[in-house]
Design a protein around this ligand. Sequence first.
Ligand code: GUN
Length: 334
Amino acid sequence: MFSIKNKTSIGEIILFNCYLCTPKTLFYFSMQLLDGKYLSAQIKNELFLEVEKIKANNGKIPHLVAILVGHDGASETYVASKIKACGEVGFRSTLIREPATISEGKLLQIIQNLNNDPEVDGFIVQFPLPKHISDNIIIQAIAPEKDVDGFHPINVGRVVKGLPAYISATPFGILQMLGRYDIQTAGKHCVVLGRSQIVGTPMAILMGQKQKIGNCTVTMCHSQTENIASFTKSADIIIAAIGIPEFLTADMVKEGAIVIDVGITRVEDLTKKSGYKLKGDVKFDEVSQKASYITPVPGGVGLMTVCALMQNTLTAAKKGIYSDELMLQLARSF
Ligand code: GUN
């Protein structure tokens, strides 16, 4: 795996050198941007080359299907970026659009058809779904071997057990970001803000596992945690996935911390053509003055998420996880 060892060798990486003077001390630190744009271009290039190889061997081109229910603005944007990425890396993609009024039964029928369609390697149902549809029922209907979002309990359980599985795209993207920047995580205190099924919970589990990127002492903070700052202040790594714009401020962060911002909230901004701007969970301007590494929003984790989904789709096409028939039957019997 490619890793970025020399901070100054890559033009795309921005170094901020700061001197903070106090009467008695002089602190020097440099902040490095964890550049999702740079990394996603690199990963997409790797995927493109893999697809070229598949084509040269007359193999099956990976095929991702996305189901989009309704017209939620953010979901429209996310799905469009996933479909666009498929085109960039040479995958086949199909977008199935359904109205917000679709019944749960009809959606389950579509999922069943995709499960049984040998042309489809992997598929996702974009969340959130309308209130009358149960997320859990939908997730459990997806065949684990085609669940490239890694949301099915079989994939989540296999991740917990440290077995090969589709890792949910955002945590997978973050692990790769840390790995490709050669950030050492072993023995570090990692604070995960948020306990969502998609990000916070799998992220906390993965960062605690005995893996190259992992081996952390993990604290998970959530809406009921008292005095969150008392935890974040001792964190070497903070992964903010709490969904509150600019929640993490400089006074909550220790000098030199590694800060990963998963937040991406649309905040009204009438000076923008779109009428909104995207804000992360981290108050970037001030936290970046203390962090050793930090992700921007946009241009950080979001791009890695899309890449991780593409990687999972390639794995699905190669039958890289559920390869033998017995395992497949077991996975499907749940
Ligand atoms: N909604 C927000 N994030 C995600 C994601 O990673 N996958 C899907 N399917 N829906 C989402």
